[in-house]
Design a protein around this ligand. Structure first.
Ligand SMILES: Nc1nc2c(c(=O)[nH]1)N[C@H]1C(S)=C(S)[C@@H](COP(=O)(O)OP(=O)(O)OC[C@H]3O[C@@H](n4cnc5c(=O)[nH]c(N)nc54)[C@H](O)[C@@H]3O)O[C@H]1N2
Ligand SMILES: Nc1nc2c(c(=O)[nH]1)N[C@H]1C(S)=C(S)[C@@H](COP(=O)(O)OP(=O)(O)OC[C@H]3O[C@@H](n4cnc5c(=O)[nH]c(N)nc54)[C@H](O)[C@@H]3O)O[C@H]1N2
Ligand code: SF4
Ligand SMILES: [Mo]
Length: 727
């Protein structure tokens, strides 16, 4: 009451004159926060707020979500109309949708006619709706018929997918956020949760407030997450596999494993045991940089916990042994019986808002609903459902994204369609990517923003509607399918990706003979039918039911009111025979390492304010204001040695190229390491190497060797630095 009567400094919230709140799911990261967008009487989106009764975020949003309505108003760089040009680098001319799509379809047909079906490639994303992914898959696999079809998820989640498949026989993260409320030990590898998944982090903090359990963070850098952890293990770059093998070594040596679980639910124990035998903590410490006592201590704490879980993100996936790192995490959880139980899990924290949706339904790595091109039954089932000849499908998956680009370089691929991805900024070795895109006979870029760097190399630009300018679903990290209602009309004459895919399909004879539902809910109902009885069963979901529940986790079969929080609760895995595999994983040290000429490890990643190549956050007031410029974290000792002061510019050189960054001196990084966020064009990916993981083909963005010098001409360096953030 006292506060109520106090008239001084009242907090006033600006009246935005919201007349209606529309339900959506955040379009940035994979946390999957439920968000409501407020619209005013004129139908303009003017506010965003978290949805209080949504289990994922419980009313919270992070700095990106809270300003998400600004996406619709702050439209610099948005595409309004299709653009065409004959020759790359000529000025574009505006075109009608018919002209742009006719030309695109004709070029696809010309290239395929001249060089073969697989000479036209399609690369998509983790950022459009699941219904759009399914439709694109139907178009790519069932109509265009190219096997060189993949997504940017190869830059992101491919190692997790591959690791889950190798261990458990299927993709699909087995745990959920609620596991924080049950776990007795959390081990986190290469994840900066507070910045990259702020609301998952908040869920963790909330769990810790009611019940304390140890949090152990493995990261070469002192991240925000490492700072809050009970124990920080600053592992040597790229050596997590050695640490994981050593943890397993101690657990088996000290009889802390679960023999009954291992016998009932796994195979391969003997070979696995023989391999980890070689990774005693003393030997391992010499490679991974974590002392042997700590390795033993962590192994004991983890194995003795009633339930223990591991989460990981790009520090594991983006590595030359990314897939092996994931399998090693699964091995650890299998030998300790920590799969499918409350608080016991191998939970890959996914990246993009719909990284899961593309894994489930896009057909990039196979056929929809986790079906495989390699399986005759799956090919026949889908061909029948789509009304095409099963012989039209290839019998194994084609190239990954990171192999499609080299195939352009060497002339096997002549045409490319990029959908919601910007390889000019996000792929390693910018100069090589530039040369590669210039080799294409035909490039079509379909993006919400026409100023996306990859569009500089295109012949056709198709302007897409963004996020809640359309309707559909995303699946988050914990397999929760959530809904985006249409909040406002697409900007200008841009069109939803679903509309564009349908319109392209109509320009192929086979497409005209197939059914392509016009609206997202119609597509969802096809997916429901195809999901029945499968692991990712969504047949019990409807849009209204999803909205009411604020998201439903699959499996959610017909008749179920709720989804399932966990997978493999019965210990039945998806390999033939139903057992999980324990896989021996020898460590092969193939990274480019620092040497005399290039003495620093270069580590790359993200900051909380920006999302990827900044097509969106680069234009949102607060996001850009808080993080306006490319910078590099460098240890003060290294700075002193090189004569570089805080705030000065430095030149960074690798065997690939060079770039200029502003230096931030900080103890976050070791004296022999530097860290740069990858959000800026013509910046860190000019120097990265990105060696590929042999299983997942994911680039090791986080390890290569560089040299650093103080920029001789600080004014010139400042100009170059500004160019990297030009919008
Ligand atoms: N704000 C914001 N949030 C995002 C995104 C964004 O762009 N901005 N992107 C989303 C996407 S698509 C993704 S994939 C996720 C990524 O989320 P995260 O993976 O959490 O983010 P990163 O910064 O890429 O890398 C995480 C950590 O890996 C560490 N690391 C580097 N090398 C190693 C190593 O050898 N071993 C170990 N253990 N760790 C290492 C880095 O030091 C870094 O702190 O974030 C999602 N959320
Ligand atoms: N050095 C370094 N490089 C990295 C990484 C790293 O850690 N270090 N991380 C890698 C990872 S994990 C990822 S996921 C990639 C991300 O790399 P990209 O996929 O290239 O990055 P984005 O900027 O997210 O590109 C998405 C594009 O989609 C557009 N878009 C958004 N919504 C829509 C829509 O609804 N429809 C259409 N058609 N377009 C839309 C956006 O405008 C944007 O241009 O970067 C990778 N690159
Ligand atoms: S945590 Fe991720 S999903 Fe949630 S509001 Fe932030 S960016 Fe959006
Ligand atoms: Mo990602």
């Amino acid at each position: 009451m006292l506060f109520g009567r106090n008239k001084k400094n009242p907090i006033r919230i600006v009246d935005k004159s919201v007349v209606d709140w529309k339900y959506a799911t955040c379009g940035y990261c994979s946390t999957g926060c439920s968000i409501e967008v407020g619209v005013n009487a004129a139908g303009e989106p003017v506010a965003s707020r978290g949805v209080a009764d949504a289990d994922v975020n419980r009313g919270k949003l992070c700095i990106k979500g809270i300003f998400e309505h600004e996406l619709f108003r702050q439209t610099p760089g948005r595409g309004t109309t299709p653009l065409l040009r004959k020759e790359r680098f000529e000025p574009f001319r505006e075109a009608s949708w018919d002209a742009a799509l006719d030309h695109t379809a004709a070029e696809i047909q010309r290239i395929q006619g001249q060089y073969g079906r697989d000479s036209f490639a399609i690369v998509s994303t983790g950022q459009i709706m699941t219904e759009e992914f399914y439709t694109l898959g139907k178009l790519a696999r069932g109509v265009v018929g190219t096997n060189n079809y993949d997504g940017n998820t190869t830059l992101c989640m491919s190692s997790a997918v591959s690791g889950y498949k190798r261990s458990f026989g299927s993709d699909g993260p087995p745990g959920c956020y609620e596991d924080f409320e049950h776990t007795e030990c959390l081990l986190a590898f290469g994840s900066n949760l507070p910045e990259q998944h702020p609301i998952i982090y908040w869920r963790l903090k909330e769990a810790l407030e009611t019940r304390k359990f140890p949090v152990i963070v493995v990261d070469p850098r002192v991240t925000m997450f490492a700072q809050m952890a009970d124990m920080h293990l600053p592992v040597n770059p790229g050596t997590d596999l050695v640490l994981l093998n050593a943890l397993a070594h101690v657990i088996l040596k000290e009889n802390l494993h679960k023999p009954d679980y291992i016998a009932a639910h796994t195979e391969g124990y003997e070979e696995f045991k023989a391999l980890v035998e070689q990774y005693d903590p003393t030997t391992a410490a010499g490679i991974c940089g974590i002392d042997e006592d700590r390795i033993r201590h962590v192994a004991r704490v983890y194995a003795k916990a009633g339930a223990a879980m591991t989460i990981w993100t790009m520090g594991i996936n983006q590595s030359t042994h990314g897939s092996d790192g994931v399998v090693a995490i699964n091995n650890l959880n299998l030998i300790t019986g920590n799969i499918g139980k409350p608080g016991g899990s191998s939970l890959s924290i996914t990246g993009q808002c719909n990284a899961m949706g593309t894994r489930e339904w896009s057909s990039c790595s196979g056929l929809p609903g986790y079906r495989a091109l390699e399986k005759e039954k799956d090919r026949e089932e889908i061909a029948k459902f789509w009304g095409i000849d099963p012989e039209f499908f290839p019998r194994k998956r084609g190239l990954f994204m990171t192999d499609i680009l080299p195939a352009i370089e060497t002339g096997q691929v002549k045409g490319l369609w990029l959908i919601a991805t910007n390889p000019m900024t996000s792929m390693p070795n910018t100069a090589r990517i530039r040369k590669t895109l210039e080799k294409l006979e035909f490039l079509v870029v379909q993006d919400a923003y026409r100023d996306v760097e990859s569009n500089e190399y295109s012949h056709v630009y198709l302007p897409a509607a963004v996020w809640a300018e359309k309707e559909g679903c995303f699946t988050n990290t914990e397999r929760r399918v959530n809904l985006i209602r249409n909040v406002c009309a697409p900007h200008g004459d841009s069109k939803p990706d679903l509309w564009i895919f349908n319109a392209v399909a109509q320009r192929f004879p086979q497409g005209r003979s197939m059914r392509f539902p016009e609206n997202a809910e119609g597509v969802f109902s096809e997916m429901k039918q195809l999901s029945k009885g499968r692991m990712l069963d969504i047949s019990g979901m409807t849009y209204d039911k999803i909205e009411k529940a604020r998201g439903l986790q699959w499996p959610c079969p017909d008749g179920a009111d709720k989804g399932s929080p966990r997978l493999y609760t019965d210990g039945a895995f998806r390999h033939p025979g139903g057992k999980a595999k324990l896989i021996p994983l020898p460590f092969i040290d193939n990274n480019e390492r620092p040497d005399e000429e290039y003495p620093f490890w270069l580590n790359t990643g993200r900051v909380v304010e920006h999302f990827h190549t900044r097509t969106r956050t680069g234009k949102v007031g607060n996001a850009n204001k808080f993080s306006p410029t490319p910078y590099m974290e460098m240890n003060p000792d290294a700075g002193a040695r090189l004569g570089i002061r805080h705030g000065e510019y430095a030149r960074l050189t690798s065997r690939r190229g060079e770039t200029v960054v502003m230096v931030q001196l900080t103890q976050r990084v070791a004296p022999n390491a530097v860290f740069i966020p990858f959000h800026f064009h013509d910046c860190v990916n000019r120097v990265t190497l990105g060696l590929l993981d042999p299983h997942s083909r994911q680039p090791a963005y986080k390890q290569c060797a560089v040299r650093v010098e103080r920029a001789a001409d600080q004014m010139e360096a400042a100009r170059q630095n500004v160019a990297a953030r030009s919008y």
